[in-house]
Write a protein that binds this ligand. Structure first.
Ligand SMILES: NC(=O)c1ccc[n+]([C@@H]2O[C@H](COP(=O)([O-])OP(=O)(O)OC[C@H]3O[C@@H](n4cnc5c(N)ncnc54)[C@H](OP(=O)(O)O)[C@@H]3O)[C@@H](O)[C@H]2O)c1
Length: 269
């Protein structure tokens, strides 16, 4: 019997992930705070629920893909009493291990929690090539996760979210470093093409690739949220500086992280 899936949070990442599950043949019910964002999925055959509780009522698997810990607390709080025993909640938002522990405490007896934050942006969400950082026993939902990408099993519940904060914090700091390196290169009058080509040939290749990526859309506001999760968890002086750079350009809040390079090169703050 096909698992019935409820998907809550149809933002830049959630919408293409939900679309993949629908295309894979799972009966899908969706909910989003801004209802208009569910229209495309409804046209493709998804059932649209009016409330989070209505969305999860008949689900075997519930997936949340929301902006931040506050959004997850609000939405899980609204649907938790309606969850049936035996349901698995896959928490895919990036909310850190503390956020996952708060979710776990809200769930009724008999509901399993798997945290599965993702690496990869909207392009990989659409193509099913996300890296899923899985915490907890995901054996009951492996088929569902496989539609979204490749799972890396990290350990107990919360470990996927811990690794996500570690990895994304370092990637974001790396993009900021590329931005400053480009600003320095500009001050020397070095041609951009020369500098980026040389970066691609050495140890900076990975983060430079992300900084200049096309097809990714990870807004600076969410990057600042992720770095704040890191600095709340440990004493990280470098990350605190990076957070300051991410929030120094309010006009960049909804731009992709890669645009930070442009702002750092322009030198305004
Ligand atoms: N974008 C990326 O490249 C990327 C990559 C990996 C991981 N992530 C992580 O994945 C998560 C989702 O990212 P995204 O890019 O899809 O974000 P997004 O486009 O900003 O979407 C955020 C979603 O959360 C909902 N939301 C926000 N506050 C809410 C609240 N108080 N109550 C109910 N719903 C609320 C939004 O609803 P509305 O539509 O009503 O605003 C929307 O559905 C984040 O944790 C992010 O860090 C993002």
């Amino acid at each position: 019997m096909e698992k019935k899936i409820a998907f809550l949070g149809l933002g830049s990442m959630g919408a293409p992930m939900a679309a993949r599950l629908l295309a894979a043949g799972y009966p899908l019910t969706v909910w989003n705070r801004t209802a208009a964002r569910a229209e495309q999925l409804a046209a493709a055959g998804a059932t649209v629920a009016a409330t989070p509780a209505e969305a999860v009522r008949e689900a075997d698997v519930v997936i949340t893909m929301l902006a931040d810990p506050a959004a997850v607390r609000e939405v899980v709080g609204a649907f938790a009493p309606a969850l049936q025993p035996g349901v698995t909640l896959i928490e895919a938002s990036s909310i850190g291990p503390q956020g996952v522990a708060e979710v776990a405490a809200m769930l009724p007896e008999g509901v399993a929690l798997v945290d599965s934050p993702v690496m990869g942006s909207v392009d990989r969400a659409a193509s099913g090539e996300l890296v899923l950082l899985v915490g907890g026993d995901s054996s009951a939902v492996q088929d569902v996760l496989a539609v979204l990408g490749t799972a890396t099993h990290c350990g107990a519940t919360g470990t996927g979210s811990a690794l996500k904060v570690v990895l994304i914090g370092a990637v974001i700091a790396g993009v900021a470093v590329v931005g400053e390196a480009m600003a320095l290169a500009d001050s020397f009058g070095l041609p951009e093409e020369l500098v980026t080509r040389a970066m691609a040939q050495g140890p900076l290749a990975g983060v430079a690739g992300r900084a200049f990526a096309r097809g990714a859309y990870f807004p600076v506001r969410l990057a600042a949220k992720d770095v704040a999760l890191a600095t709340a968890a440990a004493d990280l002086p470098l990350a605190r500086v990076v957070h300051g750079r991410l929030t120094a350009f309010p006009e960049a809040a909804d731009e992709d992280l890669g645009q930070l390079v442009k702002h750092l090169r322009a030198g305004r703050s």
